[in-house]
Design a protein around this ligand. Structure first.
Ligand SMILES: Nc1nc2c(ncn2[C@@H]2O[C@H](COP(=O)(O)OP(=O)(O)OP(=O)(O)O)[C@@H](O)[C@H]2O)c(=O)[nH]1
Ligand SMILES: [Mg+2]
Length: 345
């Protein structure tokens, strides 16, 4: 006989009035949708068996869900005390087209934890995605992001009308309730979603920007641990380009290399502040890697490329100093290269 893990879960569907709780449930159970609003008078419940796979073993699980759909209108508040009890998980819904419903969410979660008596896994749902095209995103995505990052909860956008992500919401919640998905994985998923979102918003204009996106994604995921690796790779890249420049230029004084280096950038993005055989000071108004407002430490790791480029192309010991950087929020970048023996005996 097939070996299946069996579960029974009580789920509560909660959130402000008219956000689409009943519609989500009707879509999930009956595959139907109704345009007219009939508020839920008190409480309804429905049952359904769902299958879901343990992601690490691919083992089949089956859960009998009893889903309690609780009217969101204020007058049914008194019912929550009774019906929240014993819940194993929750779907907390707000309406993507009504900002006030999102504002209320922290209160709903707080109240849920009070009445259930403990923290339970839940999925935060932004419903009515089908209306976004028409209405636009009226809730600041950053606010939603901040909330899910702080709460470390799963966030899914759905449409009860089209059925988008409805099954997924229930299955993800099953994984959480069965403890087959750990908080670290939720965090990973949040980070992954953010990175993908950023990538969707931004198309690289050239290979350096694409490299910058990769570096940022890597740094975001691994933090400080990523820095030494970025450093080593960019150092090698700097050395490779530096060697080419050294072979190409007959004269390898810092002034000549500095001028050659500057020519590779769009003149409106850079300005030479000082250029001699001992000192090269340059300002940049745009980070070629797109690292604006990330962090100084990331800039330092990435700038290993320029540092090594100059050391190799000039073939001398060079002090390298990042005076200002857009990465740390400064108004421009300023870097100073000086021959190490300059000014010393
Ligand atoms: N376009 C669109 N309309 C939706 C969607 N979900 C729900 N609605 C509409 O929103 C209204 C409210 O939906 P309900 O499912 O009754 O809302 P509810 O959260 O159960 O409301 P209460 O029972 O009062 O708490 C209805 O008119 C639905 O047709 C959706 O995904 N897209
Ligand atoms: Mg309802």
């Amino acid at each position: 006989m097939e070996n299946i893990d069996k579960w029974a879960f009580k789920i509560i569907l909660i959130g402000p009035a008219s956000v689409g709780k009943t519609s989500i449930l009707t879509r999930f159970i009956q595959g139907k949708f109704k345009e007219t609003y009939e508020y839920t008078m008190g409480v309804d419940y429905l049952s359904k068996d769902v299958e879901f796979l343990d992601p690490s073993t691919n083992r089949k699980n089956i859960a009998r869900l009893t889903i309690w759909d609780i009217g969101g209108q204020e007058r049914f508040k008194f019912l929550r005390n009774t019906f929240y009890k014993g819940a194993n998980g929750a779907i907390v819904v707000f309406d993507l087209t009504r900002a006030d419903t999102f504002k209320e969410i922290p209160e709903w979660i707080y109240e849920m934890e009070e009445l259930v008596g403990k923290k339970i896994p839940y999925v935060l749902v932004g419903n009515k995605t089908d209306l976004l095209e028409e209405v636009g995103r009226i809730i600041d995505e950053k606010e939603i992001k901040n909330f899910i990052e702080k709460e470390k909860c799963l966030y899914i956008e759905t449409s009860a009308k089209t059925g988008e992500n409805i099954e997924k919401t229930f299955k993800e919640l099953c994984l959480l309730m069965a403890n087959l998905k750990k908080p670290e994985e939720i965090e990973e998923q949040i980070i992954r979603d953010q990175i993908l979102q950023e990538m969707e918003d931004l198309l690289p204009n050239n290979p350096i920007e694409a490299q910058g996106m990769l570096i940022k994604a890597f740094y975001r995921k691994f933090g400080k641990e990523a820095l030494p690796i970025i450093k080593i790779l960019l150092n090698k890249q700097g050395k490779a380009i530096g060697l080419k420049v050294r072979n190409k230029l007959k004269d390898n004084r810092l002034s000549v290399v500095g001028e050659f280096f500057t020519k590779s950038w769009d003149p409106k993005d850079v300005k030479i502040i000082e250029l001699s055989d001992n000192i090269f000071r340059i300002r940049g108004f745009k980070c070629p890697f797109g690292l604006e407002n990330t962090s100084r430490e990331l800039c330092e790791a990435v700038m290993e490329i320029d540092k090594e480029y100059f050391r190799t192309a000039v073939n001398d010991k060079i002090d390298f100093n990042i005076i200002k950087t857009l990465a740390a929020g400064d108004e421009f970048c300023e870097t100073l290269y000086s021959l190490e023996h300059h000014g010393k005996e």
